[in-house]
Structure formats: structure tokens, C-alpha cells
Design a protein around this ligand. Sequence first.
Ligand code: MN
Length: 129
Amino acid sequence: MDDEKKLTALVIEDNEDNMVLITKLLHMNGFKIIWADTGMKGLRMAQEENPDFILLDIQLPDIEGTEVLKKIRALDTSAGRVCVIAMTSYAMAGDRERLMALGCNGYIEKPINPMTVISQIRKVIEEYS
Ligand code: MN
């Protein structure tokens, strides 16, 4: 696959272990990765780098991932319509519905399952495009 056909993922994640794991899995499967460790950096990169999709942690050190999602959806550029997949360890009932209502396109529960996460991501991207 040549470089131009690779999809770029913006991973907004503050946990280094999760970041290393997801980066490795995405690279192995032919994706390009850019990374932000805070919500505000992620929001800026979403606008400046035009990623093909975003993996968004919900528990971030500065602003909540839900706030990042709201701010992305409020953009009036194409960045506002980017595919966003939330990653969260919250196991509360209704959490998925709340995130989907805020405009995320998919949802991955932590801990990330290395055996299934890439197919989960591909499925969301395919359904969205
Ligand atoms: Mn986190």
C-alpha cells in the first residue's frame, strides 16, 4: 500500500501504555498516527492536520473527551465532520448513548482488546464513510 492511501488516525490519549499499544496495532495494520496527550492539543490537531478519524480517550488531563467531541462538532469546517471513535473505561449504563448523542460515531471499551480493536475501528470507519 503506498503512503497516500494510508488513513491517518489522530489518537487523543494521555495514558502512555494505551498509546504505545494502539500505535503499534495501527502501524501494523497500515495506518498513520498522530498523537495528542491533552484534549486541547487534540482539538488543535483535529483542525490543523485533517486526520481521517479520531480515537478519543474520555478521561484526559485538561478537558473531558466529551468536551473535545462537542468542540469538534461545533466546528464549521470539514474537521467538524471527522469520524470520532470514543475510548473509555466507563462501564456505566447509558454512557454509550450519551457519547453517541454528542456526535461520536463509535465506541471502544477499555481495556483495549488487541485481537479485536482494529476490526472494531474499521467497522466504524466503513459505516461512517
Ligand atoms: Mn485518559
